[in-house]
Design a protein around this ligand. Structure first.
Ligand code: ADP
Ligand code: MG
Length: 762
C-alpha cells in the first residue's frame, strides 16, 4: 500500500428528497429536477417562472433524486470513503442543507429498517464485516459522539451531560477534544448501542428536539486502528478516523426582533456554519493565505477535513418544492464552491497516539508478568521433583506445553501445594512431642503460608483475566473466510461496487462529452452556402446568448444574496453595538471607575479556551509571590454552623444554601428601659431645693428691704432672677471657698450683708 501524496478534491453529491405529504396536499410546484446521468441539478426560479428564463444548472460529482435508495448512496459514494478509512486514511462525511431536507435521514436514516438505514449504521456493518474477513491483522475500533451547540461542545457519551468540553491542540496530533470519552467496541451491536446512548442524550437536554437538532452539529467519530506485520518484520499500525457529521440546518436563522440572550444565541448558532462557509471560500479563493479555521469550534475540529489530511464527502440535501427555492439555491451554490477544495489525504502510519500500540504493549507486559510467575512456580516444582528423584527433562517439556496442558498443570500445582500445606499442618497438630507454644507458632506459620498461596493464586488469575479482557478487545478476522454464504455476499458486494464504479465512469464521460460537443461544433462545421452559415451561426449565437444571460442572471442573484447577507450582518452588528452601549452605560454610571480599572487590569484573554478570564486578585506588585487569602469557610460562601451544614445535606432547604434569598434590615431588640421621669415633689420642697442649689452670684438680695426690716417684699424682678439656670450645675461649692467680697458685683456699692445659705426660709 503506497502512501498517496497527491491532492484530491472534496467530493460533493446532492440529494433531493421527495415531496412530503404536506407539500403534495398543498400542491406546491416542483422546482428541482435531477439529471442523474449527467450529475446535474436544474432549478427553475418561481419568481420568473412565467418568463422564459432558463433553469439554473449545477453540476456535481453525483446527484440523487427522490427515488434514490440509501444503499445506492452508500455503495456509490460512501463505501469507497469508508474503505480508505479502513486503510488508514482520515475520512469525513458532512450532511449539509436546510432543516427538513434529509440530513439526518441520510446520516442515520430510519432505525430498525434495514432498507432505510443511513450512512452511520451502514458503515458499522461495513467496518466489522471487513474486519471479520481480514487475515493476519489486528483491529481496534472505538467510537465517540459529540455535539456542538451554541459554540459549546457536549460529550454525548459522558455521564455528566452538563459538562462542556474544550478544544486543545498538540503539534504532533493536531486539534482534539480534551476529555472526550471514547468506547472500544467489538461488534456492530456494541457500536450501535453507543450510537443509541448518544442519541438519547442528544434529545434529553432539549425541550424541542426538532429545533435543537436543527441548531446543533452532531459528530459521530469512529477510529479504526489496524496492526499488521510489515515486510521489515515489525508490527505497523495504521489509524483511520471517520467523522460523520450531521450539520445544523443551513437556513438563515430569523434574527428580527432578537435581543439580549436570544440575539447572542442566534449569532452563536450561525457562527460555526458561517465559519465553515468562510473556510470554504478562503480555501477555494486560493489567494488568501489565512484560512479562518479558528473562528469556530466546528471548523477547528474538522480542520483536517477541509484542505487537510482527509478524504471528504459533502452531501448537500435539498427540498424540491417552490417555497424552498431560495434556500435550495443557497445550498447548491455553497456546495458548488466546496467542490473546489483540495485535500491531501495520506495514510496515518504509526502515529504516536495509537491506542492499539498501548494495548499491545500492556498485554505484552502483563503476559511477561504472568510468565515470570509461572516461571517461578516451575522452578519450584523442578526443585521439588528433583528432590523426589525424577530427572531434569521437565524444563524442556514445560516450554513446549500448550495452553490446555499448562492450565491443567497449573491446577495440579495449586492443588498439590495446598494439600502439602494441609498435610504439614495436620502433622504438627498430631505431633505430641512439641510444646504447646511451639505448636501454635508453627501452625500460625503454616496458615500464613496458605494465605500467601491463596493470594498469589488470585493475583495470577486476575492477571490472566486482565490479559484476556484486553485481548478480546483486539479484533482479528479470518474465521469466517471459508464461510460459503459469506463468500457469496462478498461477490455480491463486489458486483455492486463494480456497477457503482461503472455508473460513475459513465457519468464522467457524459459530462466530458457535453463539454466537448460545444467545442467541436465549431470545428466540424463546413457550410454549403452563406445562408446556411448565417442560420447556423445565428443558432449558435442564440445559444451562447442564452448562456450569457444565464451567467448574468446568476451574477445578479449572487450579488443580491451577497447584499442580503451584508445587510443582515450589519443589522446584527447594529444590535450588538446597541447592546454594548447599554453595557457601557451601566459600567460608566454604576461601577466606580477604580473598581472598573481593577477588573480591566486583571482580565486577560485565554486563547486556548477563548474566554476572558481573571488573574488572581492577590498578586503583590513587583514581588511575584502570591498572597493567599485566609479561608474561614472552605468550600462555602460564608462560615456555616454545623447544624446548617447537616440541614443542607439532608433537605433541600434554601435557607441553608448560604444564598442571599432576601435582604432584610436588622431587627432591633425590644426595649427594656424607660424614659426618665422626674419624681413628683411638693412645690414647697422644690422651691427650697432650688434655692439651695442656686449659684451665689445669681442671688440678688434687696438690702433696702432688709434694712427697713419691715420694708416691702423683694420686687418681682428679683424673685424671677432667683430661678436656677437650667444648665447650671450647682456651682456653689466651688465659689464658697473664696471669701465673699463685701461688694457683690450684682449690687455694687451695697453694704455687706451675710448671704443666705442653705435652707434658710425667706
Ligand atoms: P433534517 O435532518 O435535514 O432536518 P430529516 O432527515 O429529519 O431532515 O428529514 C425530514 C423528513 O423527511 C423525515 O421525516 C425524513 O424521513 C424525510 N426524508 C428526508 N429525505 C428523504 C428521502 N430521501 N426519502 C424519503 N424520506 C425522506
Ligand atoms: Mg436533522
Amino acid at each position: 500500500m503506497s502512501k498517496s501524496k497527491s491532492s484530491e478534491a472534496v467530493k460533493v453529491v446532492v440529494r433531493c428528497r421527495p415531496m412530503n405529504e404536506k407539500e403534495r396536499a398543498a400542491k406546491f410546484e416542483r422546482m428541482v429536477s435531477v439529471d442523474v446521468k449527467l450529475g446535474q441539478i436544474l432549478v427553475r426560479n418561481p419568481r420568473e417562472a412565467s418568463a422564459n428564463e432558463h433553469p439554473k444548472v449545477f453540476t456535481f460529482d453525483s446527484v440523487y433524486d427522490s427515488n434514490s435508495k440509501q444503499i445506492d448512496l452508500y455503495d456509490e459514494t460512501f463505501r469507497p470513503l469508508v474503505d480508505s478509512v479502513l486503510l488508514g486514511f482520515n475520512g469525513t462525511i458532512f450532511a449539509y442543507g436546510q432543516t427538513g431536507t434529509g440530513k439526518t435521514y441520510t446520516m442515520e436514516g430510519v432505525r430498525n429498517d434495514p432498507e432505510r438505514r443511513g450512512v452511520i449504521p451502514n458503515s458499522f456493518e461495513h467496518i466489522f464485516t471487513h474486519i471479520s474477513r481480514s487475515q493476519n491483522q489486528q483491529y481496534l475500533v472505538r467510537a465517540s459522539y459529540l455535539e456542538i451547540y451554541q459554540e459549546e461542545i457536549r460529550d454525548l457519551l459522558s455521564k455528566d451531560q452538563a459538562h462542556r468540553l474544550e478544544l486543545r491542540e498538540r503539534p504532533d496530533t493536531g486539534v482534539y477534544v480534551k476529555d472526550l470519552s471514547s468506547f472500544v467496541t467489538k461488534s456492530v451491536r456494541e457500536i450501535e448501542h453507543v450510537m443509541n446512548v448518544g442519541n438519547q442524550n442528544r434529545s434529553v437536554g432539549s425541550t424541542n428536539m426538532n429545533e435543537h437538532s436543527s441548531r446543533s452539529h452532531a459528530i459521530f467519530v469512529i477510529t479504526v486502528e489496524c496492526s499488521e506485520l510489515g515486510v521489515d518484520g515489525e508490527n505497523h499500525i495504521r489509524v483511520g478516523k471517520l467523522n460523520l457529521v450531521d450539520l445544523a440546518g443551513s437556513e438563515r436563522q430569523t434574527k428580527t426582533g432578537a435581543q439580549g440572550e436570544r440575539l447572542k444565541e442566534a449569532t452563536k448558532i450561525n457562527l460555526s456554519l458561517s465559519a465553515l462557509g468562510n473556510v470554504i471560500s478562503a480555501l477555494v479563493d486560493g489567494r488568501s493565505s489565512h484560512i479562518p479555521y479558528r473562528d469556530s469550534k466546528l471548523t477547528r475540529l474538522l480542520q483536517d477535513s477541509l484542505g487537510g489530511n482527509a478524504r471528504t464527502v459533502m452531501v448537500a440535501n435539498i427540498g424540491p418544492a417552490s417555497y424552498n427555492v431560495e434556500e435550495t439555491l443557497t445550498t447548491l451554490r455553497y456546495s458548488n464552491r466546496a467542490k473546489n477544495i483540495k485535500n491531501k489525504p495520506r495514510i496515518n502510519e504509526d502515529p504516536k497516539d495509537a491506542l492499539l500500540r498501548e494495548f499491545q504493549e500492556e498485554i505484552a507486559r502483563l503476559k511477561e508478568q504472568l510468565e515470570k510467575r509461572s516461571g517461578k512456580k516451575k522452578k519450584r516444582r523442578q526443585r521439588r521433583r528433583g528432590g523426589e528423584g525424577s530427572d531434569g527433562e521437565d524444563l524442556e517439556e514445560g516450554e513446549t506445553e500448550d495452553d490446555d496442558e499448562e492450565g491443567e498443570d497449573k491446577e495440579n500445582y495449586w492443588r498439590e501445594q495446598q494439600e502439602k500445606l494441609e498435610r504439614e499442618r495436620r502433622a504438627i497438630m498430631e505431633d505430641h512431642s512439641l510444646v504447646a507454644e511451639e505448636k501454635v507458632r508453627l501452625l500460625k506459620e503454616k496458615e500464613r503460608k496458605m494465605e500467601d498461596l491463596k493470594r498469589e493464586r488470585e493475583a495470577g488469575e486476575m492477571l490472566a483475566a486482565k490479559v484476556k479482557a484486553m485481548e478480546s478487545k483486539l479484533l482479528v478476522g479470518g474465521k469466517n473466510i471459508v464461510d460459503h454464504t459469506n463468500e457469496q455476499q462478498r461477490m455480491l458486494e463486489m458486483r455492486r461496487q463494480e456497477i457503482a464504479e461503472q455508473k460513475r465512469r459513465e457519468r464522467e464521460m457524459q459530462q466530458q462529452m457535453e463539454c466537448r460537443d460545444e467545442e467541436t461544433l465549431e470545428l466540424k462545421e463546413t457550410y454549403s452556402s452563406l445562408q446556411q452559415e448565417v442560420d447556423i451561426k445565428t443558432k449558435k449565437l442564440k445559444k451562447l446568448f442564452a448562456k450569457l444571460q444565464a451567467v448574468k442572471a446568476e451574477i445578479h442573484d449572487i450579488q443580491e444574496a451577497h447584499i442580503n447577507e451584508r445587510q443582515e450582518l450589519e443589522q446584527t452588528q447594529n444590535e450588538l453595538t446597541r447592546d454594548l452601549k447599554l453595557k457601557h452605560l451601566i459600567i460608566e454610571n454604576f461601577i466606580p471607575s477604580e473598581e472598573k480599572n481593577k477588573i480591566v487590569n486583571r482580565a486577560f484573554f485565554d486563547e486556548e479556551d477563548e474566554y476572558w478570564k481573571m488573574k488572581p486578585i492577590t498578586r503583590i506588585e513587583d514581588d511575584h509571590q502570591m498572597m493567599t487569602r485566609p479561608l474561614s469557610a472552605v468550600g462555602y460562601r460564608r462560615p456555616l454552623s454545623q447544624h446548617a451544614r447537616m440541614a443542607m445535606m439532608i433537605r433541600p432547604d434554601m435557607r441553608y444554601k448560604a444564598e442571599n434569598i432576601l435582604m432584610l434590615d436588622m431587627d432591633l431588640p425590644a426595649r427594656t428601659t424607660k424614659e426618665y421621669q422626674e419624681p413628683v415633689i411638693a412645690p414647697k420642697v422644690a422651691a427650697a431645693l432650688e434655692d439651695a442649689l442656686r449659684d451665689e452670684d445669681e442671688i440678688q438680695v434687696d438690702a433696702s428691704g432688709f434694712h427697713s426690716s419691715l420694708g416691702p417684699t423683694p420686687p418681682a424682678s428679683a424673685s424671677s432672677s432667683l430661678k436656677k439656670p437650667k444648665s447650671g450645675r450647682p456651682r456653689t461649692g466651688k465659689k464658697s471657698s473664696t471669701p465673699t467680697s463685701p461688694f457683690s458685683p450684682a449690687s455694687p456699692g451695697s453694704p455687706i450683708y451675710p448671704q443666705s445659705r442653705g435652707l434658710v426660709p425667706k
